[in-house]
Design a protein around this ligand. Structure first.
Ligand SMILES: [Zn+2]
Length: 273
């Protein structure tokens, strides 16, 4: 499942392809959105925003297309009229004179007015989005210090979009490793320094993954990984997908466990209980 950085990269691609020029066609697979399609055609996309894993395509007439990819949705960009060869089912097309953005397989697509955004059932529930410009390290750290989350396990908080929006499974393992926190802990078990470290790691790793298109490990670690002739998959992350390989920091074998029925990787020495 794509996480915040991947959704933001998809939003950037859609924005680059179609924003700032009038649409020549807007089409939805869902019949009940047909009237909205007519109202959107001829109008211009002004921005493509993300709210965690949801995307909001904004138009200059006060209307917006809300989409959530869930597990299967995927955006593709193509030259107008030149449909990719795929077995996926097309759900949304936004076409301009030269480029079109196509959303395949997603089932959650809605049209909202500007005034409906703040009250949308998903958007109003999500926590601070790590990739939005108004969010910074201090905001993120405050979430980890907030008493209302103190008793929940970090492994579930780090997947909860109501806690912080944009995190997901690989980021969860990476954040706990960089903060040096054992996966069994709750915020109430952590020192204030650990809570600050978790906040900083959540913010920094999400941004780094976005900026590098999928890396969380730092440049030095990647250099060492390449020198050891590891594959991209083995050096792009500190611990995720690295079970049975030595920890980059201490050499201890990385462990793989299940947490909330999803894979989690950690170093038993760097993240001691
Ligand atoms: Zn280690």
């Amino acid at each position: 499942m794509p996480e915040g950085p991947e959704i933001r990269l998809a939003a950037d691609a859609v924005q680059d392809a179609i924003a700032g020029k009038p649409t020549t066609k807007v089409w939805f697979a869902f019949e009940h959105l047909g009237i909205a399609a007519d109202e959107l055609t001829g109008h211009t996309v002004t921005a493509v925003e993300t709210y965690g894993k949801a995307m909001l395509t904004r138009f200059d007439n006060g209307m917006n297309i809300y989409s959530h990819n869930q597990l299967y949705g995927v955006w593709q960009i193509a030259d107008s009229g030149d449909y990719p060869d795929t077995k996926r089912s097309l759900r949304l097309e936004i076409r301009t004179a030269d480029k079109m953005a196509l959303l395949y397989s997603a089932s959650e697509i809605e049209v909202l007015g500007d005034e409906d955004i703040a009250d949308h059932r998903f958007i109003k529930k999500i926590g601070p989005d790590l990739l939005r410009p108004e969010v910074n390290v201090a905001v993120t750290q405050a979430r980890f210090h907030d008493k209302k989350f103190a008793r929940k396990k970090l492994t579930s908080l780090l997947l909860d979009q109501g806690f912080l929006a944009g995190l997901g499974n690989y980021l969860r393992s990476e954040i706990l490793f960089v903060a040096g926190v054992h996966p069994d802990k709750r915020p109430m078990d952590c020192t204030p320094e650990q809570l600050d470290a978790l906040g900083a790691a959540s913010f920094n790793l999400t941004r780094r993954s976005y900026e590098t298109r999928g890396l969380t490990a730092d440049d030095e670690t990647i250099k060492r990984g390449k020198a050891l002739e590891l594959s991209y998959r083995q050096y792009r992350w500190y611990v995720f997908n690295r079970d049975e390989l030595p920890c980059f920091t201490c050499g201890t074998e990385i462990l793989k466990i299940q947490a909330g029925s999803r894979r989690l990787y950690y170093c038993p020495a760097c993240q001691a209980a």
